[in-house]
Design a binder for this molecule. Structure first.
Ligand code: OOG
Ligand code: NI
Length: 311
C-alpha cells in the first residue's frame, strides 16, 4: 500500500495555492500599506525577502442572506480541505464568525481563515430593504455552479460583482446603521486583511510590542480601538492592525466617494504554557495559541469603521 497523495489531492493543493496567490495579488494592489510594510521590514533588515513572512490568517466578510453568507462562502475553502472550527458572536455588531484551520497536507503553514457574516435579519426594516434590493438578485447559491477545481474561475468569482453596484445614498444609509453592511455592499469578497505572524520574525521584532513600536516609528497609522494592542484574556494572542486604506469608490450613476477598503493585521501567538520549556528551534504552530478571541476581533473589525478611518 502506498500513502502517496492521489492526483486529485495534488490538484487541490495547486488550486488552493493559486487561489490564495490571486487573493494576495489583488489585495496588495488595492492596499498600498502592504508594500509599505514589506519595504519598511526590508529596510530595517527584519527580512531579506517578503517570502519569509508567515501569513497567520486572512479574513473575509459576508452578508447573511439566503444563497450568500457563510453557508455559501465556506464551501469554497472546505472543498480545499479547510476545517471549520470555533464560532464567535458579536452581539452589538450583529455578526457571527468562524475560523477555519488550513489543510495539514501542505505542511500546515497556510493561512487560517477568519470569515464573518452579518445577521441581516437583526437590522432595521429599512436597512434590510436596502440590502435585499441588491442581494435578492442572487436566487441560487453561486458557489454551487462554480467549478472549485478551476483556480481561474474561483479567482474571478471572488473578485466579481455579486450584485449591482450600490448607489451612494444606499451606501450612506447602511453606513449610518452598520459600517460592516456598508463595507460588504461595496467590497464584497475582496480580501479584508492578511496578517503577519510577528512571533516568527527575528528577535527584537518578534513580540507585538516591539513590532508595533517599529511600525509607529515608521509612521504607520494603527487602529486604536480598545488600545493599539489587543490582548486575549489568557495573554497569549496579541493583535494590532493598520487603519483601512481609503479608496475612491465609484457608485451607481458615477458618483465618487471615499470609502474604507482593506487593512493589514499583525499577530503574536505565544507558546502555550505546556511547551515553554522547549528549545525555540523545536517550536511549531502546534505549540502556540490557536484560534481567535471575540474581544480582540470586536475591536479589529473597527479598522474599517469611520471612527478609525476618520481619526
Ligand atoms: C475581521 C476582524 C477580526 C481577528 O483576527 O480577530 C479579525 C474583519 O475585520 O472582518 O480579523
Ligand atoms: Ni484578523
Amino acid at each position: 500500500m502506498t500513502t502517496s497523495p492521489n492526483k486529485s489531492t495534488i490538484d487541490r493543493n495547486q488550486t488552493l495555492t493559486a487561489v490564495l496567490d490571486g487573493l494576495m495579488r489583488r489585495y496588495s494592489e488595492r492596499v498600498p500599506d502592504v508594500k509599505k510594510v514589506f519595504d519598511a521590514m526590508l529596510d530595517e533588515g527584519i527580512i531579506a525577502s517578503p517570502n519569509e513572512i508567515e501569513n497567520d490568517h486572512i479574513a473575509f466578510r459576508t452578508m447573511g442572506v439566503p444563497n450568500l453568507g457563510l453557508a455559501s462562502f465556506e464551501k469554497i475553502f472546505l472543498h480545499y480541505g479547510y476545517e471549520k472550527r470555533d464560532e464567535y458572536n458579536f452581539t452589538e455588531k450583529k455578526l457571527t464568525a468562524y475560523w477555519y484551520s488550513p489543510p495539514a497536507r501542505l505542511g500546515g503553514n497556510l493561512p487560517r481563515i477568519f470569515a464573518s457574516e452579518l445577521r441581516v435579519d437583526e437590522l432595521s426594516a429599512e436597512a434590510q430593504r436596502i440590502i435585499h434590493r441588491y442581494t435578492d438578485t442572487v436566487t441560487s447559491d453561486p458557489v454551487d455552479v462554480l467549478n472549485l477545481d478551476d483556480a481561474a474561475a474561483v479567482d474571478a468569482f471572488l473578485h466579481q460583482p455579486l450584485w449591482q453596484t450600490p448607489t451612494l445614498a444606499d451606501y450612506r444609509a447602511l453606513l449610518a446603521e452598520s459600517e460592516y453592511a456598508a463595507w460588504v455592499i461595496y467590497n464584497r469578497y475582496y480580501l479584508n486583511h492578511f496578517t503577519i505572524s510577528v512571533h516568527n520574525l527575528k528577535p527584537s521584532y518578534n513580540t507585538i510590542d516591539e513590532f508595533v513600536a517599529f511600525l509607529e516609528r515608521r509612521g504607520f497609522r494603527l487602529n486604536s480601538a480598545g488600545g493599539t494592542i489587543k490582548v486575549s484574556p489568557d495573554g497569549d494572542l496579541r493583535q494590532a492592525s493598520t487603519v483601512a486604506q481609503m479608496l475612491d469608490a465609484e457608485f451607481a450613476g458615477g458618483e465618487v466617494f471615499r470609502i474604507a477598503g482593506s487593512y493589514v493585521e499583525f499577530a503574536e501567538r505565544r507558546v502555550l504554557p505546556d511547551f515553554r520549556h522547549l528549545p525555540t528551534n523545536q517550536i511549531t504552530r502546534a505549540h502556540r495559541r490557536e484560534g481567535f478571541e471575540t474581544g480582540n476581533a470586536d475591536k479589529i473589525f473597527e479598522s474599517t469603521f469611520t471612527t478609525q478611518t476618520g481619526r
